[in-house]
Design a protein around this ligand. Structure first.
Ligand SMILES: Cc1ncc(COP(=O)(O)O)c(C=O)c1O
Length: 409
């Protein structure tokens, strides 16, 4: 096995996919949405860069940084069907959200409209942005009963909340508090219609934290229709830990001011005056400079290649199939309350639930004792959470359902 998946036949051998990971085989891993294990080709690329950097750091860096960064950006862009110039390399979702929200050119009197279902990192980035630029923040509650959410209602609640002052709509594609997946494309279409009635100066920008669909949903950036998209690549993409992306649509570039100086060649030439300021693309201007854990950043292309080699459509189908199997099992257990919708149009790979009379932390502990790794939602409402991915099998999901059937005994 050389680290690539055999795709010569039409059917993927999921056991072969699993064999690429060094995951502890004594456990069923259903929480990699927090932090993923690296597949073989990513591990080997990291190892190679690390050895070369340890051998001769300066020359290895100087000879290769342009080529390696270009390769990582291109692999990310190919995966998103975007332009490499639109892709900024970050260290995490949190870093991308910070760069995005605190860099937006907003002023006093303008508003960021967000929701009550976003992650701590989005909430804080927006709060810090508002402190700096004087914009106001308003939160809209899109649902109270997450299990029974309805697509039209979600869209209507958000769109109805837009006011004249709204310049930014900040949403999360898949809520890690409930597992609800928002219909981002439809929201983008509704915003497009509103923007047709506005001038360029009043136009609304759609910003998406897409981390829990990135590496699952087979959608291009153009199809998604947002203006800015943020994701870590160390979760569902199975990329190197400490990597992520911020994507900015060309027409939206002017809305963002960089927060961290870039180290790209073009950014230096701009600084020395060799090229005019306006001539530099989004990626070269916004990818944070300073030296990084390069052995990780330069191995990012391997993670995208791993995904593309399996095939985005197959990854999506597999993840939804396991997630649906899990939910179908959980919904029939009397002592379990499921918070994530069954419909795959409104859910993805995260599944949240409660066990009657038991705290979520205790559920996770009991599952651990049964060799199942789960997590809890790091929100004010704490639920237990199971997230099957392409490393898992139907047998593992069934074993998990059985463990939950018996959890009270
Ligand atoms: C919706 C959401 N956004 C952002 C983050 C933070 O991601 P990162 O660890 O890549 O910064 C998380 C964490 O899992 C999350 O659930």
């Amino acid at each position: 096995m050389n680290g690539t998946i055999n795709t010569s036949t039409n059917s993927i051998h999921w056991k072969e996919v699993r064999s690429q990971f060094n995951l502890n085989g004594a456990y069923i891993h259903l929480a990699q949405m927090l932090l993923a294990s690296h597949p073989k080709q990513v591990r080997e690329a990291i190892e190679l860069h690390r050895n070369k950097l340890d051998d001769n750091p300066t020359e290895y860096y100087e000879k290769n940084y342009v080529a390696f960064e270009t390769r990582a950006r291109k692999a990310a862009a190919d995966y998103m069907k975007a332009d490499p110039e639109e892709v900024v390399l970050t260290d995490s979702t949190t870093m991308g959200l910070g760069l995005l929200f605190t860099g937006l050119k907003l002023k006093k009197g303008e508003e960021i409209l967000t929701t009550a279902h976003d992650h701590y990192s989005t909430e804080k980035a927006i709060e810090y942005a508002a402190l700096k630029n004087g914009a106001s923040v308003r939160r809209v509650q899109l649902y109270t009963d997450s299990y029974n959410v309805n697509e039209e209602e979600l869209i209507e609640k958000l769109i109805k909340a837009i006011q004249v002052a709204t310049r930014v709509v900040a949403i999360t594609w898949v809520h890690s508090c409930t597992g609800v997946k928002l219909p981002v494309r439809q929201i983008a279409e509704a915003l497009k219609k509103i923007n047709e009635q506005r001038t360029a100066e009043d136009r609304i920008y759609l910003c998406v934290d897409g981390v829990h669909a990135f590496g699952v949903e087979n959608v291009s950036m153009k199809e998604l229709g947002c203006d800015f998209f943020v994701a870590g690549t160390h979760k569902w993409i199975f990329g190197p830990r400490g990597t992520g992306i911020l994507w900015g649509k060309k027409e939206a570039w002017d809305m963002l001011i960089p927060s961290i100086p870039a180290f790209s060649d073009l950014s230096y030439y701009m600084w020395t005056g060799a090229i005019p300021a306006g001539k530099i693309n989004f990626s070269d201007l916004h990818t944070p400079g300073g030296f990084h854990a390069f052995e990780h950043q330069w191995a990012l292309n391997e993670a995208f290649e791993f995904q593309m080699n399996i095939g985005k459509a197959k990854v999506e189908e597999r993840t939804h199939r396991l997630s649906t199997l899990l939910k179908q099992g959980l919904k029939d257990i009397k002592h379990i309350r499921l918070y994530t919708p069954i419909d795959k149009a409104l859910s993805c790979g995260i599944n949240c639930f409660d066990v009657e009379g038991m705290k979520a932390e205790e559920v996770v502990k009991k599952l651990h004792a049964k060799k199942i790794i789960a997590s809890v939602t790091p929100y004010k409402a704490i639920y237990a959470r199971l997230s099957p991915s392409i490393v898992n099998s139907e047998e593992e999901v069934r074993a998990c359902v059985k463990a939950l059937e018996e959890i009270l005994s």
